[in-house]
Design a protein around this ligand. Structure first.
Ligand code: SF4
Length: 92
């Protein structure tokens, strides 16, 4: 992580964090560091020193589609997405 990058929630690097109408959370036990999420939503995810995905405060710069595609693209379904009412959107 470079000096100009900040976490969305420094207390909860892997979330949950809210971006617009959705909440995102990386299950660190499931994350295997494949970095697919980083490729799909580069403003949102980077890898930490333990090779787990953490969430940047620039997540708002990725589209809802990119954020959902990143969750769908995760090989272990480690990214959990909820709507604003707390209902789980992904994984279904
Ligand atoms: S795609 Fe999934 S397993 Fe890979 S780094 Fe992201 S959250 Fe972790």
């Amino acid at each position: 992580m470079s000096d100009d990058q900040k976490l969305k929630d420094p207390q909860n690097p892997s979330g949950p964090v809210t971006v617009r109408n959705m909440t995102f959370h990386v299950d660190r036990d499931l994350c295997i560091g494949a970095a697919t999420c980083v490729a799909i939503a580069p403003n949102t995810y980077i890898m930490d020193s333990e090779a787990k995905a953490i969430i940047l405060d620039t997540a708002d710069n990725d589209t809802d589609d990119a954020l959902l595609d990143a969750a769908r693209g995760c090989p272990t379904a480690a990214i959990i997405v909820q709507d604003k009412d707390g209902h789980q959107i992904f994984p279904q």
